[in-house]
Design a protein around this ligand. Sequence first.
Ligand SMILES: Cc1cc2nc3c(=O)[nH]c(=O)nc-3n(C[C@H](O)[C@H](O)[C@H](O)COP(=O)(O)OP(=O)(O)OC[C@H]3O[C@@H](n4cnc5c(N)ncnc54)[C@H](O)[C@@H]3O)c2cc1C
Length: 435
Amino acid sequence: MTDIAIIGAGFTGLTAAIELARAGKKVVVFEQDGDVGGLAGSFKINGGYDLEKFYHHWFTNDEHIKTLVEELGETDKIVTRPSETGMYYNNSMYRLSSPLDVLRFDALPFIDRIRMGLLVFQVQMVRDWKSIEHLGVKEWLISLCGERVYKVVWEPLIRAKFSIYADDLNAVWFWKKLALRGSSRSGDGSEALAYYEGGFAALAERMREEIIRHGGEIRLNDPVTALRTSEGLVTHVVSSSGETEVGSVLATPAFPIIADLLEQHVEESYIASLRRVNYLANKCLVLELDRSLSDTYWINVNDPGFPFVGVIEHTNFEPVESYGGRHIVFMSRYLPHTDPVYAMNSDELLEYALPYIERMFPDFDRSWVLEAHAWSARYSQPVTERNYSEYVPGRETPLSNFIISTMAQIYPEDRGTNYAIREAKEVAKVLLNKG
Ligand SMILES: Cc1cc2nc3c(=O)[nH]c(=O)nc-3n(C[C@H](O)[C@H](O)[C@H](O)COP(=O)(O)OP(=O)(O)OC[C@H]3O[C@@H](n4cnc5c(N)ncnc54)[C@H](O)[C@@H]3O)c2cc1C
């Protein structure tokens, strides 16, 4: 019998599998995709170079990833490099990498630039996030930095990121983002980010090897479609490869997927609590170009008429040599999965994006595009609404041997591989304690 079945080979599933297999448990990881990595998964470009489907990096204060990489004996593979951040507003590009850049941001009157700069310190004064959890992000930010800074700087970003849920987002999400971002900056306020040699694909592959080395198994292209239960316990998972008898189950996909699996087995009110958490989808256009668009790594788009939240020129962070000389640009859009853009294929998404690229980079010519790829993630961003901690389901479920560790439980921090690792290690302890 399998001691522990893990549903999902993203960073949560892979980390938990390493911990459990190292502790001597017989672990089987079921993954519906053909590869490991989940949302941080990769694909091949330009005849064999690995690239993330969605842009990924770490902050320098992401401790859990460092520990994991150290435990794998690969510390030297983490690379840290400076990164440049900019903002596109009103057809102009602004650099916003340091406090001095903020002071020069002439889209705002000087007094508002000061208020914007001070926000970083005001955010650090909030010691107890529960004290602001009942507030919407809009009311909280306006109270701190005023209406104009909110309208010019924050509202477009929040609307682009949270789409139809922008008015529901709580203040904690923003508070934690800014607090963490502030503490990952160096003394002069500039920012450095971290990456893995060979990309996230190389790390996910190293994690896969570690699981196998400790006797674990990873079944790719093997979605879990149902559960068998008896007397309040899961006894089998049903997947494409058949039925597997299990001692316990760790589920890592999004809550609605878990709700579908549990629906026949637990009370309706619990299923409703899983479905209460809202998610946005993400559509990402990945461009392989023959030259660079700009010298900025990360451009936040603060222009409400521009349908992408960010333009991320990955090769302004990771050298072009890692991709056979190709310049890599991600254009990201968060949206409800019912939006027609979500269903676009790569040609359609490129056609849709071209006029905006031309507007942002007037010298751009479509002949620069060597390849375009479109990636979609149905559950890419959980929405932490007011009083989220009061309604988000915890790890335990009505079935005592079915445990959940999913992205939407990472709170008050926002999702990210660093926290996926932290939670996976904690949940592995819970499973080991259960025996
Ligand atoms: C656009 C975007 C940008 C991001 N940028 C960053 C970044 O810069 N840095 C960072 O650290 N994080 C970033 N993240 C977040 C990061 O990708 C996630 O937090 C992390 O990968 C979540 O890992 P996970 O294992 O919890 O979930 P997932 O990666 O979602 O893994 C769940 C797995 O379950 C599988 N699955 C689902 N249903 C089934 C089933 N029925 N049977 C079997 N398998 C199933 C899925 O295929 C998936 O592989 C980003 C995410 C997005 C969407």
